[in-house]
Ligand binder design. Structure first.
Ligand SMILES: Nc1ncnc2c1ncn2[C@@H]1O[C@H](COP(=O)(O)OP(=O)(O)O)[C@@H](O)[C@H]1O
Ligand SMILES: [Mg+2]
Length: 322
């Protein structure tokens, strides 16, 4: 028995079943993590479920625009500062739309088609050649075949070549695998794509005009203070009493830092700040969160850049007093 045969026997049918089709492989590999539910494509019902089920407060306009884009099979680009919910909201909308858990592709500059579409198992390829038997499907191909949504996170971190490859697939709703001499087509309208990006992040590639022309771009921004307070309360649940005036002040501090600091805390940070303050108060045996717990929790969440501690302290003093 050759080394390859031994290896293939050892990895058993669990990993390498030579008679399986790509579709079957996708179902076996990804089926277990993709949860199915009834698709929801009505924007106002989506807004309601986003809040109740996903604990996300989403502007109705964002949901309407996204659904309108999907109905035209157009990809959507969520652009805006960090911590404004782009990734979580994108994933949740795709999940509701397709009625299946969305796939997430976190981008980096060495991401390529082999990592997102598929590649060949080296030993299987030696034994069987470069064909379906030795091909391992990756998430983008899986999403297409399962009719699920795809969130391409931080698209600016990928290369232009990668971006163009994605657009071609999304436009034509098919994936070509030349090595297999095969074309895979989308099975339904569940397969939709949302890109996220933070244009202010330094050292990232610009998105080309060709890219921008093909996507529906939706701008994200920090929510109005009242909405941010609501977001924090929704995320806190009712584990411990948290006075409204303290939450409002936390949002005020964040607002000052967004104007003046280089690390701009988003709602993701104010939510974490509130959650840590609440836990601190509980650990101290308090029935209600107090100002001290809020201030103590502030440092761990807001001190992000060396040299900016003074800016944070000053904002805290200005809003909470000494
Ligand atoms: N609109 C929102 N509704 C609920 N939570 C939000 C919202 N925006 C931000 N958050 C908070 O931020 C987190 C998600 O941020 P994330 O999706 O990572 O932001 P981004 O991708 O824009 O950097 C959530 O876990 C929650 O704590
Ligand atoms: Mg994100």
């Amino acid at each position: 028995m050759s080394f390859i045969d031994k290896f293939l026997e050892a990895s058993a049918s669990e990993n390498v079943d030579a008679s399986e089709s790509i579709e079957e492989k996708v179902k076996r590999i990804y089926g277990a993590v993709v949860k199915e539910r009834k698709p929801v494509r009505n924007p106002s019902l989506m807004v309601k479920l986003l809040r109740e089920e996903f604990k996300l407060i989403v502007d109705e306009r964002i949901v309407y625009l996204t659904v309108a884009a999907f109905l035209n099979n157009r990809p959507v680009l969520f652009e805006g500062p960090p911590g404004t919910g782009k990734t979580e909201i994108g994933e949740a909308i795709l999940t509701l739309w397709a009625g299946k858990s969305a796939f997430i592709l976190p981008c980096s500059n060495n991401y390529d088609e082999y990592r997102v579409i598929g590649d060949f198992h080296p030993l299987m390829a030696l034994k069987y050649g470069f064909n379906e038997k030795s091909f391992i499907p990756r998430p983008l191909l899986a999403a297409l075949l399962l009719d699920a949504g795809v969130l391409v996170d931080e698209i600016r971190r990928s290369s232009e070549e990668f971006q163009n490859m994605l657009l071609d697939i999304v436009d034509k709703r098919r994936i070509i695998v030349p090595e297999l001499k095969k074309v895979f087509y989308a099975k339904g309208i569940g397969f939709q794509v949302i890109f996220t990006s933070n244009p202010e992040d330094i050292g990232q590639t610009e998105l080309s005009d060709a890219f921008m022309r093909r996507v529906v771009r939706i701008q994200f921004d920090y929510p109005p203070p009242k909405v941010e307070v609501e977001i924090i309360k929704l995320r806190l649940g009712n584990s411990v009493e948290f006075p409204d005036h303290l939450i409002a002040k936390m949002v005020e501090v964040a607002k000052i830092l967004r104007q003046r600091a280089t690390y701009k805390p988003g709602p993701a940070d104010t939510v974490l700040w509130a959650q840590i303050a609440a836990k601190m108060a509980t650990l101290k045996g308090l029935k209600r969160v107090d100002k001290n717990s809020v201030i103590e929790a502030a440092t761990v969440v807001l001190y992000k850049r060396v040299g900016e501690e003074e800016l944070v302290d000053e904002a805290l003093r200005r809003v909470f007093g000494d």
